[in-house]
Design a protein around this ligand. Structure first.
Ligand code: B12
Length: 452
């Protein structure tokens, strides 16, 4: 690593690039953290996902010219970091909750003259904030601009915002992520991405819709090639999580994908919307393909909670009558459902806590996820709540965890949301309720098999 004094203004020869993933799981409120992490139904999922690597950085590594050495580093908690990873350039990926830690590391790199770059969802929304700490900030999808970032750092010109907005990236040209940079013993779950964007626009969504306006797929043969690469590297097949926001909007693509996955002998999980339950042939193929679970954002069990939430067509509001049926249909096809609810929506009042519990008791999904409405920067929700003076602590990004409350709810107090949310969590993640749901799923599975 070169010291500041030794760093020439022009013609920087990069030798080693550290690709640094901010990788922690975060809950700000210590009470929540302590209780949440002991609840059986919660702990399983938490443990499973906590070890996922950064797909963005592995993808960029694959697009880095061979003349540069790359090292992939994960930082779960900056307090555990004795020394900065040694490198000639540090490129970070991060989400909102841990952005301050990325800024702190960048400041330290700046002190020793190492050029820095950062991309990802948070800085795509707030590039100017990030520029106070980083030499280069990448807005939008990383692939189209990474070669320019590298070339600018090589010529000593790395500076400012590099925007991929408008340069719509074609996933047909996606490289195979450098899974070989990972230690196979450390990961038993890996991510593969089949699509970006979403045709719906939920007000709170802070996912890949911030990167692209389009809903676009990776061609199935490309997805399969990535999985083959993983299978070559992992002696024991890892569980695959698709890093997708909504995999099965296009049912034709869904069936093609499921058929292709069926031949690979993998087990996998993805996120999609409730319309997947309308296509029984797709569900059958999904079961055969090794799909273990579908995570579906129902958001609220009530019509008033959903009203106005999806901004294009009020789509989710139109689906609510089919919610219970959908969970049953999917689970009788042998695929577990993880139903997700957002607590504290403007359309919901105090009755929502019991309504969620009732929904869960009635439908018995294998898993449930309850999170708190979270105004992530860059979302229409954030702009609206800021305008309405309802963000409690603007800029408190460490509270963007999906569990901490940093806004004034409409139909309840902050304390009511926190206390009722916690109490609901204690009930639905208890050993007894978790056992009931697992049993319920098995019964639905058996009923489905008997029918077929
Ligand atoms: C896998 C995952 C994780 C992994 C992350 C592993 C890692 N280190 O990357 C784990 C389990 C650790 C995790 C943790 C958390 N997560 Co998470 N996670 C996801 C998930 C499922 C997939 C993300 C993904 O891989 N996308 C695919 C990659 C390719 O996209 P990408 O990262 O955006 O990268 C592209 C661009 O942004 C850009 N880019 C990104 N980095 C860089 C860097 C450079 C240098 C360049 C040039 C470009 C670039 O290029 C990439 C390719 O185009 C998403 C949900 C989803 N369905 O997408 C949630 C999601 C990202 N997580 C979310 C949240 C809230 C969290 C947690 C706060 C949860 C918690 N309470 O702890 C933590 C925070 C982590 C942190 N460090 O801050 C939110 C983030 C919202 C936001 N704007 O911050 C999401 C969108 C889910 C949601 N419900 O909204 N998560």
């Amino acid at each position: 690593m070169e010291g500041k004094d030794a760093l020439p203004r022009k013609g920087v020869v990069i030798v080693k690039i550290a690709l640094i993933a901010m990788s922690g799981i975060r809950v700000f409120n210590p009470v929540l953290a302590e209780i949440g992490l002991t609840l059986p139904g919660f702990v399983d999922r938490g443990k499973a996902i906590a070890s996922l690597p950064s797909l963005s950085l592995l993808t960029l590594a694959a697009l880095t010219p061979e003349r540069h050495e790359v090292e992939y580093v994960e930082v779960a908690d900056i307090r555990d970091l004795d020394e900065l990873p040694e490198c000639d350039m540090a490129a970070f990926s991060s989400y909102t909750a841990q952005i301050r830690e990325a800024y702190e590391m960048a400041d330290r790199y700046r002190e020793i003259g190492v050029p820095t770059a950062i991309g990802g969802l948070h800085v795509t929304s707030l590039p100017n904030e990030a520029l106070q700490h980083f030499d280069a900030v990448i807005v939008g999808e990383g692939e189209p601009v990474w070669p320019e970032v590298i070339s600018d750092v090589e010529s000593g010109r790395l500076s400012g915002v590099y925007s991929a907005k408008g340069a719509e990236y074609d996933l047909a040209t996606a490289p195979i992520p450098r899974f070989d940079l990972l230690d196979p013993d450390r990961y038993n779950r890996l991510t593969v991405q089949t699509e970006r964007g979403c045709p719906w626009h939920c007000e709170f969504c802070a996912s890949s819709i911030l990167l692209t306006d389009r809903y676009k797929h990776k061609p199935v043969p490309k997805v399969i090639a990535e999985i083959e690469a993983i299978k070559d590297l992992w002696p024991e097949d890892p569980f695959l999580e698709l890093a997708d926001d909504n995999t099965f909007v296009n049912k034709h693509y869904g069936r093609e994908l499921a058929e292709a996955l069926g031949g690979l002998g993998v087990h996998w999980f993805t996120e999609t919307d409730v319309s997947v339950a309308d296509d029984l042939e797709l569900l059958r193929l999904l079961k055969e393909s090794g799909c273990r679970e579908l995570l579906i954002g129902l958001e609220s069990p009530s019509e008033h909670g959903l009203n106005g939430l999806e901004l294009k067509q009020n789509w989710k509001h139109k689906q609510v009558d089919g919610y219970r049926r959908a969970v049953e249909t999917i689970q009788t096809h042998g695929i577990a459902v993880n139903v997700c609810f957002v607590l504290g929506l403007d359309g919901d009042g105090l009755e929502v806590f019991d309504a969620v519990e009732q929904f869960v008791e009635d439908t018995l999904p294998f898993d449930v996820q309850i999170t708190v409405l979270t105004p992530f920067p860059g979302t229409p929700l954030y702009s609206r709540l800021l305008r309405e003076g309802r963000i409690i602590e603007p800029g408190a990004w460490e509270k963007c965890t999906l569990f901490d409350v940093n806004y004034v709810p409409k139909n309840m107090t902050v304390e009511q949301l926190e206390e009722n949310g916690l109490a609901l969590g204690m009930r639905i993640y208890s050993a007894e309720a978790t056992r009931r749901r697992r049993k319920g799923f098995k019964e639905q599975l058996a009923a489905g098999s008997a029918e077929r």
